[in-house]
Ligand binder design. Structure first.
Ligand code: ZN
Length: 93
């Protein structure tokens, strides 16, 4: 499994209540399973360093997917939405 936040190999699974991304758009995506994260993202979640988690996820996504500069704000907006929803739905021990 790959990390749901940064697409590097995942090593931790968190239970997560189901939620929907972009509920008002045609490309709405439901997350209805465990969340898989790598050890680096897990450490940020445990420390509740949400801004650092967003920054890490955005910069790796831009790099991995060669996203052009004019679309970086879209990646950041959807990552911010994803992390905000995770904070509400993640079930931490
Ligand atoms: Zn990660």
């Amino acid at each position: 499994m790959l990390c749901d936040l940064c697409s590097t190999p995942a090593s931790v699974a968190y239970q997560c209540k189901p939620f929907v991304m972009h509920p008002n758009l045609p490309e709405a995506i439901a997350l209805n399973r465990d969340l898989y994260v790598c050890s680096a993202c897990s450490a940020l979640i445990e420390a509740e360093q949400w801004k650092d988690l967003i920054d890490r996820s955005v910069s790796l996504a831009i790099e991995q997917r060669s996203i052009p500069l004019e679309r970086h704000f879209l990646v950041r907006a959807s990552t911010e939405e994803f992390v905000l929803k995770l904070r509400k739905h993640l079930q931490r021990g």
